[in-house]
Design a protein around this ligand. Structure first.
Ligand code: AVJ
Length: 315
């Protein structure tokens, strides 16, 4: 895949011109995609959303105790902040106050997040929102709070979309943006029973299929190719649980060829395009990721379903 500093269009081009074809998963979340993802979180088979919520509630007290008093809690991609409010309430109960900065690219999400947090009883003067990309937002937060410990929350197993290389770079970038006086609270899905993984991504109602097809539609639209419904019907949704790489792979198989000669793109009939990967982690995977990025795992709350850990920089 193209590197993240390439423009989305260049990422799509590089992804579709290669031998093993893929598109960047960042394209899955346009308005329609975000709506479909919301529906996914309500599916019976899709356990990650509910399990995370439950684990956060279960461990909220201990998580809050591992965040030093006076810290600023910063959430990457806070969305509507429904999950983070669980931790924030516990921090507020523990220290009598908390400080939160939500970072997101969507201003409507940020407004909703603010409303939700106030409804959950978080003091309004403790909440700030920054409408930004992650790294730019983190640099801003560091200028707003030059000396405070920053607890950077990255929830929702978003790290599952990253390769090792990208995740390690991402953590290093965080460290470069905010410095040593910081910690990362990372939540992610654990490697588990393959049948359970398969059905979570191949749901009976076909919502995930629509979500994945919507991503492909967005990718091709970036190239000026607007797809028709019959063209999309010829894409077959396929899920592979890859045990060697410990990830769920979501593909579309093209049963009609796609020719875009002006871009040197030729997807053959029967060829698959990788639209999204969702990695599932072992404890060893987390340790390796953290260490290679210059962090150690200070404390963790994990079981066979879900993993939550506090990463602290080495020095
Ligand atoms: C939002 C990346 C955590 O990998 O489970 C859900 C996205 N894709 N169903 C995941 C997703 C298909 C989700 N993450």
């Amino acid at each position: 895949m193209g590197k993240s500093f390439d423009s989305p269009k260049v990422q799509v081009l590089k992804g579709l011109q290669g031998l093993l074809k893929e598109i960047p998963c960042s394209l899955l979340y346009d308005d329609r995609g975000s709506e479909l993802y919301e529906k996914i979180t309500e599916l019976e088979e899709y356990y990650p959303f509910r399990v995370e919520e439950q684990r956060l509630k279960e461990h909220a007290r201990n998580i809050s105790a591992s965040i030093p008093e006076g810290s600023v809690i910063v959430e990457l991609g806070c969305g509507t902040a429904r999950k983070s409010s669980i931790v924030l309430s516990a921090v507020q109960a523990h220290y009598k106050r908390c400080r939160f900065v939500g970072i997101d690219v969507s201003s409507s999400f940020l407004q909703e997040a603010h409303t939700n947090l106030v409804e959950e009883g978080i003091a309004p003067d403790c909440i700030e929102m920054v409408e930004c990309e992650y790294m730019e937002g983190l640099k801003k937060v560091r200028t707003m709070y030059p000396t405070a410990n920053l607890c950077i929350m990255w929830l929702g197993s978003s790290v599952g979309n990253f390769t090792d290389e990208c995740a390690i770079q991402f953590f290093r970038d965080i460290h470069a943006a905010v410095g040593t006086h910081s910690q990362i609270f990372l939540c992610a899905d654990m490697w588990k029973d393959t049948a359970k993984l398969y059905s979570a991504y191949y749901d009976k109602k076909g919502v995930t299929e629509l979500f994945i097809k919507n991503g492909m539609r967005c990718a091709l639209a970036l190239l000026g190719h607007n797809t028709t419904p019959s063209e999309e019907d010829a894409w077959i949704y396929e899920v592979v649980v890859n045990e060697d790489l410990r990830r769920v792979e979501m593909y579309l198989k093209f049963t009609n060829e796609l020719l875009l000669p002006e871009y040197n793109i030729h997807v053959r009939s029967g060829e698959r395009v990788l639209v999204e990967v969702s990695r599932k982690f072992t404890v060893g995977d987390f340790n390796r990721l953290a260490n290679e990025a210059g962090f150690h795992i200070d404390v963790a709350w994990r079981d066979s379903m879900w993993g939550m850990q506090m990463l602290i920089p080495f020095k």
